[in-house]
Design a binder for this molecule. Structure first.
Ligand SMILES: NC(=O)c1ccc[n+]([C@@H]2O[C@H](COP(=O)([O-])OP(=O)(O)OC[C@H]3O[C@@H](n4cnc5c(N)ncnc54)[C@H](O)[C@@H]3O)[C@@H](O)[C@H]2O)c1
Length: 348
């Protein structure tokens, strides 16, 4: 395994890989910020020989089987292309998977055409609160899944792609038939994670399940104000009850009996549980022990496609049927930059 980026998230990826030293051998670590790279290496006792300032050189010299990059969203396709050129078998990278549908499609296609097992770090599904809900759903105690609801205070490009992926995960990967939506506010289109300020979507899947979601500050809030980044929730409405999971440990379920509780918090799980489970599953996938990873890039692409359909629906005031043809759909983010009016956030 070789990795690019040791910023806030990169450190968590590298920590997980070092924790799974029986499954991964970290052969190279690269960052253009030499001070940051050296500080991390010193803290972990990593030798200088592992450190690189140039990703291409690192891949050429170390020839890793798996390539991870944890960089900001402006750097996705070029890193995937680099991995392809150097013959990697596995790719792991951060959300959002791209900054446009065409880029996302190019990434998903490269992975498929080159037989690369690609995963996107939508890792909340390893939280104990999420796993408790999923276990209840799979046990049949809630009856049949009918509707999934997802809310987060953070915007589409930040936590929206996470929660779109969790909708697909909860619904067993059924494909979307159509989407309608609403978007407003252009200010966050200038963010490092470009997004309308607020997004609301409604989707019907081929298995008849529906999803409703909202991303951005107007979304329903479930927590104290200081927990903005953790103020998000996935709720599963079923024929005989419902269950919900928060990112910070709480979960609940109402079925024939009422269940729920306070699990370990986000801070207690993020470094030691989520990323190690994500990478253990990737190792299992590469070893052929499982058929599919729960953060598979192909499913992440479908989530990204649905989000683009929601934005298009909002711009054109129509229902948008899926799949989208990435070659003929104009870049929806460019359109939103042109067409959405200003909408400065008002702090209530
Ligand atoms: N999955 C999650 O829960 C989660 C949480 C927070 C952030 N993220 C995502 O993680 C990604 C990274 O965020 P971050 O906060 O770690 O960013 P960051 O800016 O802290 O780190 C990025 C690092 O990449 C390095 N870098 C940039 N270009 C490089 C290049 N060409 N070669 C080598 N190194 C390079 C930078 O120097 C920096 O150290 C973002 O897409 C963000 O959305 C995910």
């Amino acid at each position: 395994m070789a990795q690019v980026g040791v910023g806030a998230r990169g450190k968590i990826h590298a920590d997980a890989l070092l924790q799974l030293s029986d499954r991964y051998d970290l052969v190279g670590l690269c960052d253009i910020d030499a001070g940051r790279l050296r500080a991390y290496a010193a803290a972990k006792g990593l030798p200088d020989g592992l450190l690189y300032a140039d990703a291409e050189r690192m891949l050429a010299e170390t020839r890793p089987e798996v390539f991870c990059f944890a960089t900001l969203p402006d750097l996705r396709l070029p890193m995937v292309e680099l991995g392809v050129r150097h013959g990697v078998r596995g790719l792991s990278f951060e959300k959002p998977m791209a900054n446009s549908l065409r880029e996302a499609w190019a990434i998903a296609r490269l992975c498929r055409d080159h037989g690369i097992r690609g995963v996107v770090s939508h890792q909340h599904k390893y939280l104990t609160s999420f796993q408790n809900c999923r276990r209840l759903l799979d046990s049949g105690a809630l009856g049949r899944l009918e509707r999934v609801e997802a809310t987060c205070q953070a915007w589409l490009g930040q936590l929206g792609t996470h929660y779109m992926d969790y909708v697909l995960w909860a619904n067993g990967g059924s494909r979307a038939k159509w989407a309608v939506g609403h978007v407003h506010g252009r200010e966050l289109l200038a963010d490092s994670h470009p997004s309308p300020n607020y997004t609301m979507g409604h989707v019907e899947f081929e298995n008849g399940v529906r999803a409703w979601f909202e991303f951005g500050r107007l979304s329903a809030s479930h927590m104290a104000r200081g927990k903005f980044w953790l103020d998000d929730r996935l709720t599963l409405y079923c024929s005989r009850g419902h269950a919900w999971a928060d990112a910070d440990g709480r979960w609940g379920a109402v079925a024939s009996e009422t269940l729920g509780g306070e699990g370990p918090t986000w801070a207690e799980q993020e470094p030691t549980r989520l990323q190690p489970l994500y990478y253990a599953e990737l190792a299992d996938w590469l070893d052929g022990a499982i058929d599919r990873h729960s953060c598979d890039v192909q499913m992440a692409y479908h989530g990204y496609e649905i989000l683009n359909a929601v934005c298009l629906s909002a711009l054109d005031h129509v229902r948008v049927d899926l799949p989208l043809d990435p070659a003929s759909v104009p870049d929806v983010f460019a359109r939103m930059r042109r067409e959405l009016p200003e909408c400065p956030e008002r702090e209530e």
